[in-house]
Design a protein around this ligand. Structure first.
Ligand SMILES: Cc1cc2nc3c(=O)[nH]c(=O)nc-3n(C[C@H](O)[C@H](O)[C@H](O)COP(=O)(O)O)c2cc1C
Length: 199
């Protein structure tokens, strides 16, 4: 990480204008994904998070799946806008898919009935931490990324395209690429209305 932790956290932004300029190697992106998978925390150290990294044509294959799935449900007059949005995600050079293995979550629910209702929630929280680690690390390398949710619309086709195990539930998709235009200004609510400190 070239920046301090605080700088990296602050610099992580939603970047929609992506390009295919390979400013970071595929090996480095693989390392980032590996780092996030290994080091993100999970409830009971269950390690239920799963990640798939798609580069180039494989990434385009994902966005084609999303486009065709949306074509079936978006009214024709609104589809041009949808297509434009999908093209902007496909304009990057890769996409990270985030999953949670439901067999792990269900195993915990059965094994620890006292916490049964908590495990699905903790699974989502834990996956969010993994998403955040990847997102921040990509930005720290100089790439732009955003977080998208075309699941569950695309789930079956994704499963078939990359032989994803039945138990892996798709939660989020993160298109990334070179930064064509930086993120816009961000508004912040007053921190005093969101944070209380005692003692
Ligand atoms: C749980 C979660 C879900 C999100 N879902 C989407 C999404 O489906 N599409 C999208 O474009 N952005 C999505 N975002 C990005 C937020 O809109 C964005 O993080 C927020 O506006 C703050 O901007 P920033 O990311 O630049 O700090 C999501 C963010 C989070 C944390």
């Amino acid at each position: 990480m070239s920046r301090s932790f605080f700088e990296a956290v602050k610099n992580r932004r939603t970047v929609y204008a992506l390009g295919k300029n390979k400013v970071v190697s595929k090996d480095r992106i693989r390392e980032i994904a590996e780092f996030a998978v290994l080091n993100s925390p999970s409830a009971f150290n269950s390690q239920s998070g799963r990640v798939v990294v798609l580069f180039d044509a494989e990434s385009s294959r994902f966005w084609n799946i999303a486009r065709e799935a949306l074509r079936k449900i978006v009214p024709p007059e609104a589809f041009a806008k949808t297509e434009e949005k999908i093209a902007s995600f496909d304009a990057g050079y890769g996409t990270v898919l985030f999953f949670e293995d439901q067999s792990v979550v269900e195993g915990l629910m059965t094994g620890f009935p006292l916490y049964r209702d908590n495990f699905p929630v903790w699974s989502l929280e834990s996956n969010g931490m993994m998403q955040f680690t990847v997102w921040s690390a990509l930005e720290d390398e100089g790439l732009g990324a955003s977080l998208q949710h075309y699941n569950p619309l695309v789930d079956e086709d994704v499963r078939k395209a990359w032989q994803i195990p039945e138990t892996w539930k798709l939660l989020a998709e993160m298109p990334f690429g070179s930064v064509v235009a930086a993120a816009g200004e961000k508004e912040y609510q007053p921190v005093d209305s969101r944070l209380k400190v005692f003692g």
